[in-house]
Ligand binder design. Structure first.
Ligand SMILES: C[S@@+](CC[C@H](N)C(=O)[O-])C[C@H]1O[C@@H](n2cnc3c(N)ncnc32)[C@H](O)[C@@H]1O
Length: 193
């Protein structure tokens, strides 16, 4: 999706601000006008707002209540439809979707607090992502897909193991000074694959 300047985002305290990873993920996502989409971990809601402008419906779920309020406020500010709710991954998300998008916390760390939720991905940087990938297929409609941001900051073995049940396609990549980020589209493998 192309970044739309007319979408006006206000940043919020203790909520991850739009950054390089946000924009790389945004550029890699393609959604159809008939599709139901979930953004896991919306932060300020920049990606959620773009999805709301393109897709049939959007739900955004974040463990940080300040991010939920920030996303709701940014949807309202831009007069866009969509719902934001508090949830630890899928704990409060019973629905199924055509597309699930996630820019997860991917640095090694176990710190607590609203802002730490945006970067602390567990001791190996991949713990939240592995939990997400274990549950996400159960929330996809038939033919559905996941669009996930990945980083060299994550433990490669741990993330490789979590990605094994999926067919993977790379959608975009960016090398930064200290790390490399990329985006993959994931589709659950059939039983016989
Ligand atoms: C790297 S930030 C991405 C924010 C935004 N999507 C973006 O790209 O700018 C990760 C987001 O995931 C949220 N998050 C972390 N752990 C979560 C969990 N267990 N369940 C739901 N959201 C979580 C954080 O609060 C944060 O908003």
């Amino acid at each position: 999706m192309r970044y739309r300047r007319e979408i006006d985002i206000t940043e919020c305290e203790e909520v991850y601000p739009p950054s390089e990873d946000t924009f790389l993920l945004l550029e890699a996502i393609e959604v159809g006008s008939g599709e139901a989409v979930l953004e896991m971990g919306p932060g300020t809601g920049l990606i959620t707002c773009h999805l709301a402008a393109c897709a049939a419906s959007v739900v955004a779920a974040d463990l940080n209540p300040l991010a939920v309020r920030c996303t709701e406020a940014n949807l309202r500010r831009n007069k866009l439809p969509g719902e934001a709710r508090e949830s630890d991954l899928f704990s409060n998300v019973p629905e199924r979707f055509d597309v699930i998008v996630f820019n997860p916390p991917y640095c090694a760390g176990t710190e607590e607090g609203p802002l730490a939720l945006s970067w602390a991905g567990g001791a190996d940087g991949a713990t939240v992502t592995a939990r997400f990938l274990a549950d996400a297929p159960g929330h996809l409609r038939p033919g559905g897909r996941i669009v996930l941001l990945l980083s060299t900051e994550m433990d490669a073995d741990a993330v490789g193991e979590a990605l094994r049940p999926f067919r993977r396609t790379e959608l975009g990549r960016r090398r930064l000074f200290f790390e490399e980020l990329w985006v993959e589209e994931l589709r659950p493998r059939d039983r016989d694959e």
